[in-house]
Design a protein around this ligand. Structure first.
Ligand code: SF4
Length: 232
């Protein structure tokens, strides 16, 4: 099967498995989403949700973070990997979001059609990946996830799971997530970019798991590089 056909075959199958894939992180406004994604670096969504289920009862906006103080925030998230570093980033990113500079650069970047759906919490989140990446703790992956979930940007965020599954399937042949990210953007047609990040994450989580991929029931085995290598 030639490469373009293979890509279509893979993403048509994933779309069949996950017709409307969504993030499994809990949040009720965009500010909470950005915090949840920052907390999720090298941490499972399940662990993050455990912490945010309590934290988000009192945290709805950057002002709430500032009121909480960095020491209390650190204490609230201490079951999470790299919690001190993440608490510091969340505190500083909240300060930045409240600063006039951030708000005015955000005002310039937001598009007119989104104006109607803004409420006071939407107000603080930029819709541009490069703007989001100016915040501490927000790398390319986090910025892409936030931009994709909030604004439907046609981008593919690549974490270690998306990196691994993309290599397993043979969509790319890379060593680092950054390389995978660049290649996937080229290889995956736009029409699949709406759902590809979440579909790949869920496929890794529930089917093509790290230790015991469910190859027997997987229709992708006829194109999967990893399965072919295992069957040699
Ligand atoms: S065939 Fe196995 S390794 Fe390949 S994508 Fe399916 S579950 Fe994963």
């Amino acid at each position: 099967m030639e490469k373009r056909q293979k890509v279509r075959f893979i993403f048509d199958y994933l779309q069949k498995l996950f017709p409307d894939p969504q993030t499994e992180l809990n949040y009720s406004n965009p500010f909470q989403l950005i915090l949840a994604v920052v907390l999720s670096a090298q941490t499972t969504d399940k662990q993050v949700n455990k912490v945010t289920d309590i934290l988000f009862k009192k945290i709805k906006s950057p002002e709430d973070i500032i009121k909480l103080w960095q020491t209390q925030l650190t204490e609230s998230i201490k079951s999470i990997w790299l919690y001190k570093w993440k608490a510091k980033n969340i505190f500083v990113l909240s300060q930045i979001m409240l600063s006039q500079h951030y708000i005015s650069s955000f005002e310039k970047s937001r598009s007119k059609k989104l104006k109607n759906i803004f409420d006071k919490y939407w107000y603080y989140i930029a819709d541009q990946i490069k703007e989001l990446q100016k915040l501490p703790g927000v790398g390319e992956k986090t910025a892409k996830v936030v931009s994709h979930v909030l604004y439907g940007s046609k981008v593919i965020a690549v974490d270690t799971h998306v990196h691994r599954i993309s290599n397993r399937l043979g969509l790319v042949k890379t060593n680092m997530p950054e390389q995978t990210s660049k290649l996937l953007e080229k290889v995956v047609p736009n029409k699949y970019k709406d759902f590809s990040h979440h579909a790949l994450v869920l496929f890794w989580r529930y089917y093509c798991t790290a230790r015991k991929p469910k190859c027997d029931e997987c229709e992708l085995k006829k194109v999967c590089r990893y399965y072919k290598e295992l069957s040699k």
